[in-house]
Design a protein around this ligand. Structure first.
Ligand code: 5AD
Ligand code: SF4
Length: 469
């Protein structure tokens, strides 16, 4: 069996020691941090580690940027005009830095791993003093110490693709937690920048994953989401001795764990063994986020997705056979280079046929360095926009249709929040298969499991009444 590269314990001890030393300086001064997170759950999870470090270093959390002594932007570069928005955000902080010279402004996340980006930002924004990538979070205390000593640094070393265990974490959510099971991605879908910025796929040791889940369950967390770019290829790097299905079995008996979610799944790796695990393990939720990307096999081929329209459909059908109440959500890209009107209609007919509970839809945006960005037949923005709108209208109709089948449905809901509407308090939360329901109730029920019956639907949402707590 191969082994992943791990950051040595001695290195982590050194970082903890630096954090302790900084704490003696930072805490008495009452310094505060502010962190803004863009992008996916991976970034949300990374920000929890950064927050954990900042607390360990003696910072407390500021309510806004104006009150902060350390401002961090955790960036994403997967789609859209994130770069422009970031530039605007950073530019706007110049005045604040002029007023408060001790302010540290840092930028991290996927975008910082893009070729040339760190250099460009340091040059353009003299008020930014810290830039680092996704693979060096374990070195955060050392980086802060360097910056506090007056240096400006960028740490985006590709050679750092290793796993660091036991980093601090500050999780805000008392009921639900994200747990990384792997990092990076080896799939190289032709539109996607993730493999270039997050590095090669590497899986965590099963015993480390389980240990983290046990400690979460002991702290009262009842719902976890296992995270990876493609969780179904867990262990494919030959370092874990376990497949994803085996990992699900291995963690499912952790005491107190009521719901296990996972994302994302790649259709090419979703095996019968995984489907059987979803069907047979009582706390594995009946929901699969299964990015489709396109309903046309030729486009899928050009996207390097390695499955056909028919193969995707057979997974859906098989899972529905095994798990009748399963729900699917998906990601779809329209306007990929070479997408003809017919190819787009294949996506439309597929969405019509499958009936996703929800779809996250995107207009293709070229990412520098990816294969698709160099393809010749790029689609005009106006066409992408129109296709996106048509797809969204179709999905909105399918969501309503899907909701209708829930009238009269009764099941357990984990209460996530409440809205105050006039005199009435509406609680909301999800069934285990990811469907959200709103119902009147008392805020005391927050973070608890209650039984809710759906009484009607209202466009996108289900409305219900509580049967019992
Ligand atoms: N353009 C548009 N959408 C993209 N995604 C990833 N890369 C791109 C891109 N270049 C979408 C995919 C993926 C989701 C996280 O983001 O649908 O599943
Ligand atoms: Fe990107 Fe494809 Fe990897 Fe997902 S599986 S992160 S879309 S390369």
């Amino acid at each position: 069996m191969r082994t992943s590269r791990y950051i040595p314990e001695t290195e982590l001890e050194m970082q903890r020691r630096i954090a302790g030393e900084l704490n003696r300086e930072i805490e008495p001064r009452g310094l505060r941090f502010y962190i803004e997170t863009f992008g996916c759950q991976m970034n949300v999870r990374d920000s929890e580690t950064l927050k954990g470090w900042m607390y360990e270093m003696g910072y407390s959390e500021a309510t806004d940027k104006e009150n902060a002594d350390l401002i961090l932007f955790n960036t994403c570069c997967v789609r859209d005009h994130a770069e422009k928005r970031l530039m605007g955000n950073i530019g706007a902080l110049k005045e604040l830095k002029d007023e408060k010279p001790g302010l540290i402004i840092g930028i991290c996340g996927c975008m910082m791993q893009q070729e040339g980006m760190a250099k460009k930002l340091l040059k353009r924004f003299p008020h930014v003093s810290l830039i680092f990538g996704t693979n060096v979070l374990y070195r955060f205390p050392e980086m802060i110490r360097t910056v506090m000593n007056g240096e400006r640094i960028a740490v985006t070393d590709r050679a750092e693709d290793a796993i660091a265990e036991d980093l601090p974490k500050m999780r805000d959510n008392p009921r639900s937690a994200f747990v990384n099971i792997m990092y990076g991605c080896d799939n190289f879908c032709s539109y996607c920048i993730v493999p270039y910025v997050r590095g090669r796929e590497r899986s965590r040791r099963p015993e480390d994953v389980r240990k983290e889940i046990v400690s979460l369950a002991e702290s009262g967390i009842t719902e976890i989401t296992l995270l990876g770019q493609n969780v179904n290829s867990y262990g494919n790097d030959g370092t874990t001795g376990m497949t994803f299905a085996e990992l699900l079995r291995y963690v499912s008996d952790v005491s107190g764990l009521k719901r296990i979610r996972f994302m994302s799944s790649h259709p090419k790796d979703l095996t019968e063994e995984v489907m059987q695990a979803i069907a047979s393990l009582p706390n594995v939720c009946h929901h699969v986020h299964l990015p489709l990307q396109s309903g046309n096999t030729d486009i899928l081929k050009r996207m390097n997705r390695k499955y056909t329209r028919e193969q995707y459909l057979s997974i859906v059908n098989r899972l529905r056979e095994l798990v009748p109440d399963i729900e699917f959500t998906t990601d779809i890209i329209v306007g990929f280079p070479g997408e003809s009107e017919e190819a787009f209609m294949d996506t439309m007919s597929f969405v019509e046929e499958v009936g996703f509970a929800a779809a996250f839809t995107f207009a293709y945006s070229p990412r520098q360095g990816t294969v698709a960005a160099k393809m010749e037949d790029q689609i005009p923005e106006s066409v992408k926009k129109r296709r996106l709108q048509e797809l969204n209208e179709l999905q909105a109709r399918k969501t309503v249709e899907n909701n209708e089948k829930y009238i009269g449905h009764c099941g357990e809901v984990l209460v996530e929040g409440c809205d105050f509407r006039g005199t009435e308090t509406m609680l909301y939360g999800k069934y285990q298969n990811f469907k959200m329901v709103y119902f009147p109730g008392s805020p005391d029920l927050l973070n608890r499991y209650v039984c809710v019956r759906v009484t009607k639907t209202n466009k996108n949402s289900l409305l219900g009444e509580m049967i019992h707590a």
